[in-house]
Structure formats: structure tokens, C-alpha cells
Write a protein that binds this ligand. Sequence first.
Ligand code: ATP
Ligand code: MG
Length: 354
Amino acid sequence: MKKQVILLPGDGVGPEIMAGAKAVLDAVAMEFNHEFTYHEHAIGGDAIDRFDTPLPEDTIKACQTADAVLLGAVGGPKWSGRPASGSPESGLLGIRKALGLFANLRPVQSFTPLMHASPLKTELVAGCDIMIVRELTSGLYFGRPSGRSADGSEVVDTLHYTREEIERIVVRGFEAARKRKGRLTSVDKANVLESSRMWREIVEEKARDYPDVTVEHQLVDAAAMKLITNPRHFDVIVTENMFGDILSDEASVLTGSIGMLPSASLRADGLGLYEPVHGSAPDIAGEGIANPLGMILSAAMMLKYSFGMEEEAEAVEKAVIDCLEAGNHTHDLDVKNGNVFGTDMMVRKVVENL
Ligand code: ATP
Ligand code: MG
């Protein structure tokens, strides 16, 4: 297959780990007889420095016509004085919105060789494998009105959803559950919020189309607790924007390794933006020691979700796990024993395993 990928390396360690993802994709193309072409564009602080805007028109256009987008990370202290609307991070929010990427998928799984790094007991997190499906372009973060009264004595944010916005994310949740262990946990606050009551109704309606999926409803406060007390309970979690934001950060610490975690932001036609969960890590940028595995696993998600290349994606995931099991680590992985490698060497190990 021929596929065109837009690369948005961004800031900090972004360009270093992006080079790793590209090397792995090149190895996949060779091994499985595909042709991937890449075009690099600017976003975030890098785009501010070169084009005086965190999201150039040119970048949006390129992404709209591509098969998929890979993003490194944006932001850093260099641009921290800027107003929110012109910040590197606004470039990332802007591209998600411009591309209509309403579904954010964050898998959280425990890697046996890294289990000692979890803040939870090994017996709690062993075998943990959760997929969080978060609504990304509506809800409390986008609802209007939002702001302060003129005299500063009142403030308002609005939690707004349309039926259609809820339906499309709920369907994503069911589809994910169907392909996994067939269990869907819908998280809401239906004892208090009207938006959550409608959410629950829609989940019940859609459940009729998925008799093979077992559905349960959990209130967000209870779900937050259960993620810690019994993380293995969960298969797929589907939830609205803010709840998903909070729960996915909570879940990401279960496995104890932020450098390992990938994410996908998708729309219905298969276009997706794939990025590691971690930020630009300015404290280690330029040192060649960043963990490239979250970025590489994000590229694996791209193969699976945007290109339908399941076998290829599994090969990459397996190469990553084999690499860890052989005792190879980067400095962030709290090594008990084994080798500590820099970014490039870690990438080379993954490529060798492929
Ligand atoms: P953001 O606001 O963009 O999410 P952040 O300040 O929350 O950024 P990160 O940039 O993710 O945080 O960095 C948090 C810590 O994790 C830093 O100490 C950083 O060095 C480390 N870190 C993040 N990503 C990696 C990585 N890929 N490899 C090694 N260490 C990393
Ligand atoms: Mg952060």
C-alpha cells in the first residue's frame, strides 16, 4: 500500500523521537512491502519561531489531504510568556479542531518488564489492559457561554453536547469493545448532570446494536476510585471530554512510565493524528536520551487505525515488548537491571527486532 504521512515534530524532544518513529515505519515498509512518503510541517513553538503562528495555514492544509498525521510534542519554557490563544499548545488544540478529530483513544497496558515502576502493587496492575475513549472536541472545554462577568463577580463554563456528538463517540466505544474483550464501561455523572442523563440514554440505545458487548455505567467519582483499586476490571472506558481528560491522566500512571504511552485522535473517515501522551520534555531535549517508545507505539496505532494494517501494528508492538524483555531501557524507565540506552540505540533495537 502507498500512504502519505504528515510529520509534525514540534518542540523539545519531539524531533528526536519523530526520527525514531520514521526509522521504524521505514522498517515496516520494507518488511511488509509498503510505500510510505513523509512531509514535514511546523506546529507549536517551532512554528511560532519560523512563521510567527503556532498553526500555519500550510500545516492545516497538508494534514487535511494526508492519510495520517504523526505529532511529536509542542511547548516549552521559551514560549511560556505568550497568551493562551497564541501559545504552542493552542496549535495542537487548533489542529484537532480543524481536522474534526473527535475521538481520543488512549491505551494503557502494563509491560511486564516495567511493572516494578508502577506506584501500585504488581498484583494489582499485572495484566492491566485498558482503552480509554474520550470525546475530544465538545463538552465543557468548548461550550458557550464561557467567561467572566464585567465586574468579575461571576464566572460561567457551559457543558454542551448535541445528540449527534454523543452518538458518534459512544459508537466508537462500542466498536473498540467489540474488537477487544467485549466489555464497555460508560462513565458519566448521571445523578447530577442532564448531559450525563442523555449520555446514558444514548449508550442504552446503542447497546441494542451491540448484543455482543457487555455494558455498565459508572459515575465518574466511583470510576476514578476503581481505576486504582481494581484497574483490571476495565476493558474499554467511554466518556465525555473533561472526565476523559482526568481519567486518562490517572490511568497513565498505572503502568508507571509516561514515555511509553501512545494516543490517537480520530475522526469517522479514518484520518487520525497520533502522538505520545508525554509532553516536550524540555529538561532533556537535545540530549539524545528521550524514550522513543511512546512515539513508536503511536506510529503502530496509526498503522492499525488509519491504514488498517493490523499485522504490521502488532509486529511493531511485539518488537517494542521484545526490546524491553531483552533488558533494554531508556533512562526514564527506572531500570533494575539491564542496559540503559539513548534514543537512537533504543530505536535501533526495535528495528532489529522487527
Ligand atoms: P505537557 O504540559 O506538554 O504535558 P509536562 O510538563 O506535563 O508537559 P512532559 O514534557 O511530559 O511534562 O515531561 C514530564 C517529565 O517526564 C519530564 O521530567 C520529562 O523529562 C519526562 N519525560 C517526558 N517524556 C519523556 C520521554 N519520552 N523520555 C524520557 N523522559 C520523558
Ligand atoms: Mg502534562
